[in-house]
Design a binder for this molecule. Structure first.
Ligand SMILES: [Fe+2]
Length: 262
């Protein structure tokens, strides 16, 4: 008689345990000899930067394959639609208000019991997003020390039409983040993605934009400020395949900022 043994799915360690090893020579140079990025230091600038060409395409494709195999089945829908009442409950002309609306899929790596964390361990993704060079990279870009004791980690996946509506990521109730915090986005799009734009405010207008639907990219934000992403556009005929993956680290400043940086 044959016995069926429930063995955990074995996945290859596709992510390096140190984030620096995901980067090419140009990317590693940003850690080894940090340069100053004015947007994080000059008044009036929006503190965000989108960097490309720091991860080789072959590496990005391997990461996408691993994320597809190990994480896609574990993602949960994060759908916050426009509430009907935003129109039906409106009593005054021009009093429109819209909270953050969003349609993505996501898995958090923060909860110890989550299945995503198991997948994170067996693929090396968790180790990479906990590594010192992951923290160090964010510190080098913003040019300030960040809390090395703990940071948030999440995996997000955008498919055709998925987007995040305008929001600012301000956390006025958080004693450590109320004056600002840092998001680090490691981004991978497969070849079925045609485009997706990050739009953000510049001196009071949502007038700046940046293509983020590239094979790989790294964005660093010092939040809060207003921003959104446009609906992901797939290449014609590839609508079902299009995916943009986003590995998100959220860091607090150490010490926390004294005044709101906005
Ligand atoms: Fe955001």
């Amino acid at each position: 008689m044959c016995q069926v043994i429930d063995e955990p799915l074995q996945l290859p360690h596709m992510f390096p345990h140190e984030f620096a090893d995901l980067l090419n020579a140009r990317g590693r140079r940003l850690i080894d000899s940090p340069q100053r990025f004015d947007v994080f230091h000059k008044r009036g600038e929006t503190p965000v930067i989108v960097l490309s060409d720091l991860i080789d395409d072959a590496t990005a494709k391997r990461c996408i394959q691993t994320l597809d195999q190990a994480f896609y089945p574990l993602l949960r829908r994060m759908h916050t639609p426009i509430p009907r009442e935003a129109i039906t409950g409106m009593k005054k002309n021009y009093s429109d208000t819209l909270r953050k609306t969003v349609r993505v899929k996501t898995a958090t790596l923060n909860s110890r019991k989550s299945q995503a964390l198991d997948a994170g361990r067996s693929t090396g993704l968790s180790q990479m997003m906990e590594s010192q060079s992951f923290l160090r990279f964010a510190e080098c870009i913003v040019g300030a020390p960040l809390n090395d004791a703990h940071w948030g980690r999440q995996v997000i996946c955008y498919e055709r039409g998925d987007y995040s509506g305008p929001h600012n990521d301000h956390h006025p109730e958080s004693p450590v983040a109320r004056n600002g915090f840092v998001d680090l986005h490691i981004m991978f799009s497969n070849d079925a993605v045609q485009s997706q734009w990050l739009v953000y405010e510049e001196r009071g207008f949502l007038s700046q934009s940046h293509e983020v639907g590239t094979t790989s990219g790294i964005a660093v934000y010092r939040l809060p400020f207003w921003h959104y992403t446009t609906p992901l556009v797939a290449r014609p005929g590839r609508e079902k395949d299009a995916r943009r993956w986003l590995l998100l680290g959220s860091f607090d400043f150490d010490p926390p900022l004294k005044k709101l940086q906005y």
